[in-house]
Structure formats: C-alpha cells, structure tokens
Design a protein around this ligand. Structure first.
Ligand code: FNR
Length: 183
C-alpha cells in the first residue's frame, strides 16, 4: 500500500511557486507515495497559554500529520530562513512535550526560490529546528530549486525540464527513504 505523505507548504500566497512545486511533486512522485498538500491558512499562532485547551485548528493540523506516514516540507526562503507560518506550524506540531506529531515520520525538505541560491538557508534553518521533534531527516539528496520564477506556465504546469528531472529524482529518493523507515 502507498505511504501517505503530508506535504507542508511554507507559503500562503495564492500564486506561490512553493505551492506549484508541491503540486508538481505530487504529480511526479512514484506510486508508492501518496502526496497530500497541507497549506497553513488558518493555523493560529502557537501560544503556550492555550496548551491545555488547544484550538481546533491546532488539533486538526496535528491529526493531519499524525495520519500521514511521512512529512515533506516544501518551503520558500524569507530573510535567509523559513517563513514565520512554517515555523509556527513546526511549533504547533511539536507539542505537547514528548508528543510531537512529527516523531517517527521520515522527513524531506524541498527549498525553492526565484533567486539564485534556491532557498538553501531556509533548508538549513529548517534542519536545525527539527531534530528531537521529528523522525529521520533525509540528508541526501539535498534539493534547492533556484530560478523557479519562470518554471511554471499560467496554469501552474511545470515547464522547466531540468527542474522536473531533479524533482523526480528527489521524489524517488524520498520514496526509498520512507520505505526504509516505515517497513
Ligand atoms: C523574500 N524572498 C527571498 N528570497 C530568497 O531567495 N532569499 C531570501 O532571504 C528572501 N527573503 C524574502 C523575505 C520576504 C519577507 C519575502 C516576502 C520574500 C523572495 C521570495 O523567494 C519570493 O517572494 C518567493 O516568490 C516566495 O515564495 P512563494 O510565495 O512564491 O512560494
């Protein structure tokens, strides 16, 4: 049976390149993975005062992660790090203490940017936040997609062959990673 993967998208923007990358990955992934896009609209700010009675949107986000076999973060870079909405999702998902929803779930990180560096700093910062609160993070291959600004047509279809190739390679490698850790 296919492993389900929660694809957590780090941008709220309607025409987000990150969201388009996530959809492209969902199309390219091998049949052993079932990718489900998770956007972060409506996820309220983490506030420790609310831990005893968590808001419904936190509960729902945590359940979405817990229902999946693996998590793939697809993120843009904001100010050399990840966007606040994604950090907030990690904070929400990592609680309560010892019960992180990410625990035991193999993790992949896909960074992208219209710029030249492909969101490498975002990916590095994300990797720093996760150990201790997640399952095994796939370290190789790494993927930093640069120049995504002209990678999609006006319907959101991927039109850059080189990018399609690396996304397919990444999806295949992640499928093997998930298989190895979820057997
Ligand atoms: C950016 N952008 C950006 N790009 C980058 O490569 N490195 C960076 O540090 C930043 N910093 C940054 C901060 C803020 C607040 C914004 C709004 C943007 C540009 C960013 O890559 C671009 O806006 C992308 O299009 C954002 O991703 P989505 O929304 O298209 O997925």
């Amino acid at each position: 049976m296919a492993h389900t993967v929660a694809v957590v998208v780090g941008s709220l923007r309607k025409e987000s390149f990150t969201l388009k990358v996530a959809h492209a990955l969902a199309k390219l992934a091998p049949p052993s993975l079932k990718l489900e896009i998770v956007t972060l609209h409506g996820l309220s700010f983490f506030n420790q005062d609310l831990e005893a009675t968590p808001p419904a949107d936190w509960v729902s986000f945590r359940e979405t992660i817990q229902k999946s076999d693996a998590v793939l973060f697809v993120t843009p870079e904001y100010n050399r790090s990840i966007p606040g909405v994604l950090k907030n999702a990690i904070d929400v998902g990592s609680r309560p203490p010892g019960k992180s929803s990410f625990l035991g779930r193999p993790i992949g990180i896909v960074a992208n940017s219209p710029g030249a560096l492909g969101g490498v700093c975002a990916a590095m910062n994300l990797k720093q936040s996760l150990p201790g609160y997640s399952g095994p993070i796939m370290q190789q291959p790494e993927i930093y997609l640069n120049g995504v600004g002209d990678a999609f047509d006006d319907k959101g279809n991927l039109v850059k062959e080189a990018l399609e190739k690396v996304l397919r390679q990444y999806a295949d490698a992640f499928a093997a990673w998930v298989d190895k850790h979820k057997k």
